[in-house]
Design a protein around this ligand. Structure first.
Ligand SMILES: [Zn+2]
Length: 70
């Protein structure tokens, strides 16, 4: 994942999901609050088997930031 490509995402403040900047509603939790200040990216394919997903409280597959709103 290149830096430019990563920066075309914003992170949901509520659930940390990374969505494209043109999207207005988080597809995971329905929140409309996003932050462009986020760090790290984790792609969760199977939340039930992922330790990282459990650690971050992720229950749906998707692309997430490790940290939002630094
Ligand atoms: Zn969300």
């Amino acid at each position: 994942m290149s830096y430019q490509r990563a920066r075309s995402f914003k992170a949901c403040v509520n659930c940390k999901a990374l969505v494209r900047k043109e999207e207005e509603v988080c597809p995971i939790c329905g929140s409309r609050e996003f932050s462009e200040e986020w760090y790290g990216m984790v792609i969760v394919i199977n939340p039930e088997k992922s330790k990282v997903a459990k650690l971050l409280g992720i229950t749906k597959p998707g692309r997430y930031a490790l940290k939002v709103g630094v």
